[in-house]
Design a protein around this ligand. Structure first.
Ligand code: SAM
Length: 457
């Protein structure tokens, strides 16, 4: 199944994470410095340029073929997985199926959103059973653990965190409904042991129980200019989002706050993109969102903390490079819950012991900020070119990380394969047709297209 959807709109993309760590970068960033991103952003000079077709970001065919061959050679089930996708691709019933799905998600009503919440709650339960990631262990005995959630609505994951942790402080950022975002369907139900704002709860923990455990920040992550280190006078006044006052010129997050867990799940939403983002955002939105989200996440996670990142297509060059990158400063594992949608390619990267102050992490943050800046104020085309040039080559990547990639991805491919085997559109293939599965480069990914609300199901 094709590409990503964070990216319900977009074609497969060159990875943001195509970073060659350990190159000639001299600067390192002190994340303990609240102004670090300010400095980073100043360092990255925006360039003018034209928008680019998303095709320009598509994987190089040769690279794609080489990666697929590697997986065929090393993952016994991979050929069957490819085969079923091919069948789905050739079956017009697949097109119909995904068309309906897209319609429902683009025209979501309260019931559809509630269903999505239930789906996310189930996914959270499964993720918790498999990894225990939502049980937070405070790093500071005097303070409750902290969580930052990007793209958190409807709120299944954050609700699970609230249930699992009596004492926790959560900052949840998500696209406002007025901009086409998914509604927040959880509320800040009070801490069970909480009686008054100054109640000292938690028995032996001695934490001060907070009256509000979940702070909702309704914001477009791609507009969080101040948090990404930009000063108001650095933003070109003629930029359409500057004219429309869309950039967030005040920090949305407390400058010194670091988080025990950061979740990254925001993906480009068709309704948001189509209606609210202007023509200047037609291309490269997935780059801006991904880069902004990852930069803020890694910059803000405590050293030794954890991250959950929604990803797509474990077999893509984007994914393998991203996994390789994170594996340089985290312990990485992948998780794909089974369930009604597990035929899709989405999955979660669960990163623990994130060494957010290590050199690879600091460089990655710097690179993501640069990409966000270039894709926002400069040229998406040039940004993609630069990313491609800086990416580690496939042969080197396979040499240093191929084995680990296979080990990590096995469970994801296995789960997806089981899901696909149950789908009727992978059975009755009609060669004349052209379904939405596994299209070639540059074509949109229907298996992930659920109005951007795809989750790793
Ligand atoms: C897959 S859903 C997250 C589901 C969530 N994990 C849960 O447990 O309920 C993705 C979310 O990202 C949000 N989103 C998409 N684009 C965004 C943006 N530019 N800024 C902030 N949030 C965004 C969507 O509105 C949606 O709420």
């Amino acid at each position: 199944m094709e590409s990503s959807a964070d990216d319900t709109l977009s074609s497969p993309t060159l990875a943001l994470q195509n970073l060659k760590i350990g190159g000639d970068q001299k600067e390192t960033i002190a994340l303990s410095d609240p102004n670090v991103l300010l400095q980073v952003a100043r360092d990255c000079k925006a360039k003018d340029g034209d928008p680019v077709d998303e095709d320009a970001s598509s994987l190089d065919d040769q690279e794609r073929k080489r990666l697929a061959q590697y997986l065929r050679d090393h993952v016994p089930i991979f050929s069957e997985l490819e085969d079923l996708r091919q069948k789905g691709w050739k079956n017009p019933a697949g097109d119909e199926y995904f068309k309906k799905q897209r319609f429902h998600t683009d025209h979501a009503n309260h019931d559809t959103s509630l269903n999505f919440l239930r789906m996310m709650q189930l996914a959270a339960d499964k993720l918790q059973r498999a990894t225990n990631i939502f049980t937070l262990v405070p790093t500071d005995a005097r303070r409750p653990p902290t969580v930052l959630g990007f793209g958190f609505a409807p709120g299944g994951f954050l609700q699970k965190i609230l249930l699992e942790n009596v004492h926790v402080l959560i900052w949840g950022i998500t696209l406002p409904e007025s901009l086409g975002g998914i509604p927040v369907l959880i509320s800040d139900f009070p801490c069970p042991q909480h009686q008054s704002p100054f109640h000292r709860g938690g028995g032996s923990t001695g934490f001060v129980a907070h009256p509000i455990r979940l702070q909702v920040i309704a914001a477009d992550i791609t507009m969080m200019a101040a948090d990404l280190g930009m000063l108001p006078d650095e933003i070109p006044a003629s930029h359409p989002d500057a004219i429309a006052h869309n950039f967030l010129l005040r920090r949305q997050l407390p400058p010194l706050q670091r988080f025990d867990l950061v979740t990254c799940e925001a993906g480009v939403l068709r309704p948001h993109h189509a209606v609210h983002a202007g023509a200047h955002r037609e291309h490269g939105e997935h780059i801006r969102l991904r880069a902004a989200q990852l930069a803020l996440a890694v910059a803000r996670v405590k050293p030794g903390g954890s991250m959950i990142v929604l990803m797509h297509k474990a077999e893509s060059s984007d994914s393998v490079r991203m996994l390789w990158l994170f594996s340089q400063f985290c312990r990485v594992r992948l998780f794909k819950p089974d369930g009604p949608h597990h035929y899709k390619s989405s999955f979660y990267m669960v990163a623990t012991d994130v060494q957010s102050q290590s050199e690879p992490a600091l460089k990655a943050v710097k690179r993501w900020v640069a990409e966000w800046k270039m894709a926002t104020f400069g040229s998406v085309d040039k940004c993609l070119d630069k990313m491609k040039k800086e990416a580690i080559g496939v042969e080197e990547l396979l040499q240093v990380f191929g084995h680990e990639w296979v080990r990590l991805g096995n469970e994801v491919w296995e789960t997806q394969l089981q899901g696909l085997r149950m789908k009727s559109f992978t059975k009755n293939a009609n060669r004349g047709g052209h379904s939405g599965l596994d299209r070639g480069r540059g074509e949109s990914n229907k298996d992930e297209e659920e109005g951007g609300v795809s989750a790793a199901q």
